[in-house]
Design a protein around this ligand. Structure first.
Ligand SMILES: [Zn+2]
Length: 320
């Protein structure tokens, strides 16, 4: 990774409930009891990494947040958890006292859209995909009883697209692309042209298995297609911002794509042979990747990832 590193730490009072929020919905009649998602943990201090002049990645507020500062003001890509709101406002204000003009969400989960409201109340304009409106800002469903679980209704986008949209501010061009049927049905990839930075949201979980919200329109094939499209437009210089995990690059994203394809192939072949989820889990289709993506810090356990791939692929089994 060639990006500048300038870390500033801010104290956060937030609780990280990402595991529960980002994990795919886990009910499936053929599956044995699902292990609980990782319990909430105190969030680490927020960290700010400058990846290009004016482009800051804020980590620790839930999903990664990008704060883009320039002559026209601030643009935020994602806003973290509601419980991180005060810490995020503090971090953003330290980056620039200018107003936040636009808020963009890469998906509607509460760890990416939970902090929208405070910025919208101050006059920011929210941009999102059209289908996010259909779900009233609550797509996909999140665990009950969790105050952070619902991305605020105030998170309904004001400007929407079903396809692509460009924003021309701060001396650069920001392209927003709706990538349907990937992590959810309403994900958005954000790319800065001149800065050569791409924020992939939860299509990319750097260093860990992804949550695929199959019940909310997510699919492995859609995720891989979105990554392929991002790779096609990236070079060795491109800064790749994942939804979770450290700031990344093209080579790491390509390795991640290879992992998704390999695990998907194994689960697909097993499904086509008529294997059920218990047998598939026993066959450990992620084994060769667990050291890299299934470590103790991972939000989605290998088994949970395999279950989501199974829920995606099993109904598509030939002959069904
Ligand atoms: Zn997330």
């Amino acid at each position: 990774m060639t990006a500048d590193r300038s870390s500033i730490k801010y104290c956060s009072r937030a609780l990280a409930v990402l595991a529960a929020l980002c994990a795919p919905v886990v009910a499936h009649t053929q599956a044995p009891a699902t292990p609980a998602a990782k319990p909430p943990e105190p969030a680490a201090d927020l960290q700010v990494q400058v990846v290009r002049p004016g482009l800051n990645v804020i980590m620790g507020a839930g999903g990664n947040v990008v704060a883009w500062s320039g002559v026209d003001g601030l643009v935020l890509v994602d806003t973290g958890l509601a419980s991180s709101e005060a810490a995020l406002v503090d971090a953003v204000t330290r980056i620039s006292p200018a107003p936040v003009r636009f808020v963009i969400n890469t998906n509607g989960h509460a760890d990416h859209a939970g902090g929208n409201e405070v910025f919208l109340r101050k006059g920011a304009v929210m941009i999102g995909v059209e289908s996010a409106l259909e779900h009233d800002g609550r797509d996909p469903p999140v665990p009950a009883g969790n105050g952070d679980g619902v991305a605020a209704a105030a998170g309904r986008p004001m400007i929407t697209t079903t396809d692509t949209l460009a924003l021309h501010v701060n001396g650069d061009r920001l392209d927003m692309v709706h990538v349907a049927d990937s992590h959810t049905s309403s994900d958005m990839v954000v790319r800065w042209s001149d800065a050569d930075v791409v924020a992939l949201g939860d299509i990319y979980w750097n260093g860990q298995y992804p949550g695929i919200a199959v019940e909310s329109g997510g699919s492995l094939a859609g995720m891989v297609a979105a990554i392929e499209a991002a790779l096609a437009r990236s070079t060795a210089r491109t800064v790749v911002v994942p939804g979770h995990g450290p700031v990344s690059n093209r080579a790491e994203l390509a390795a991640y794509r290879d992992m998704l394809v390999a695990v998907g192939r194994k689960v697909r072949e097993a499904v086509e042979e008529g294997m059920g989820i218990v047998e598939i889990l026993d066959s450990k289709p992620t084994a060769e990747f667990d050291a890299k993506y299934g470590g103790p810090g991972a939000l989605v356990a290998p088994e949970e990832f395999v279950r989501s791939v199974y829920r995606d692929l099993a109904p598509k089994r030939p002959g069904r």
